[in-house]
Design a protein around this ligand. Sequence first.
Ligand code: PAP
Length: 281
Amino acid sequence: HPLLCFQRNFKALDTDVLLASVPKSGTTWLKALLFSIVNRVRFSVDQSPLLATNPHRLVFSLECFYYAKHDNPDLGNVAQPRLFSTHLPHQALPSSLIESNCKILYVCRNPLDQFVSERQFLLKNRLWPDKPYGEVLSFDEAFDMFCDGVQAFGPFWDHLLGYWNASLENPDRVLFLKYEDMKRDPLLKVKKIAEFIGLPFTEEEEKAGLVGDISRLCSFKKLKDLEINKNGVHYGSVKNNSLFRKGDIGDWQNYLTPAMAEQMKTILEAKLSGSSLILDI
Ligand code: PAP
């Protein structure tokens, strides 16, 4: 199984950067930003590979790409610093990764928006037409499962707390980001990510406006309107355009009732109590 092979066979390097998330929390955006920040000397913004490549083909998933294809892929040729992504919870990361000094960027999102985004994504892609997914489960049934913690990578609260606690224990190794904060102040977060991975922007770069240029290049509107992201697929059959739906904060209000939001608030209060993690929903 790809997850087991990833856990058993992956050998982390101290220079690796791992992007971790629950699906539909901002992975594509972070991939675009991370790639652009790391490769800003190699490629100017107007020559960026992002203009012709979906972000998922620039930063690949360990379990959905490398270990889905091979039990023990040769990752020796991946350009360093190697940039990878995973949806695995912190509790399930390979020990090699935990023991290394690699950096982990984690992005989370208001779970109600994440739920809506995932459901729309599944409906659009119909990745498993023969399985009772999306079209068969009613909205209410899917929401009940979500509230029970039945999710592909485990209950989202465990996912969040795993990385949250790791970021508190080891702030130099794990940076915990929120989608909403990034939307509110992308420039601040771009600078923060660059510092965290040990590649801070120089004064000249800042004066030249590079932070703003990168954040505009990776913005929802810019990426969504690129030809490559309007058409095409990645990882076999995932439609690129299904990754660029609305990119809003609070779209859940168009799909979920206030009672559902209350239910989620109650769950979060219970699950996050005792931790210092606060999610505004
Ligand atoms: P993934 O885990 O399959 O890679 P991911 O990128 O995490 O998916 O989530 C997709 C969501 O991020 C979509 O949200 P929505 O359904 O609410 O619209 C998508 O629109 C949003 N998104 C993609 N790119 C960006 C971006 N550059 N800026 C902001 N949001 C983005």
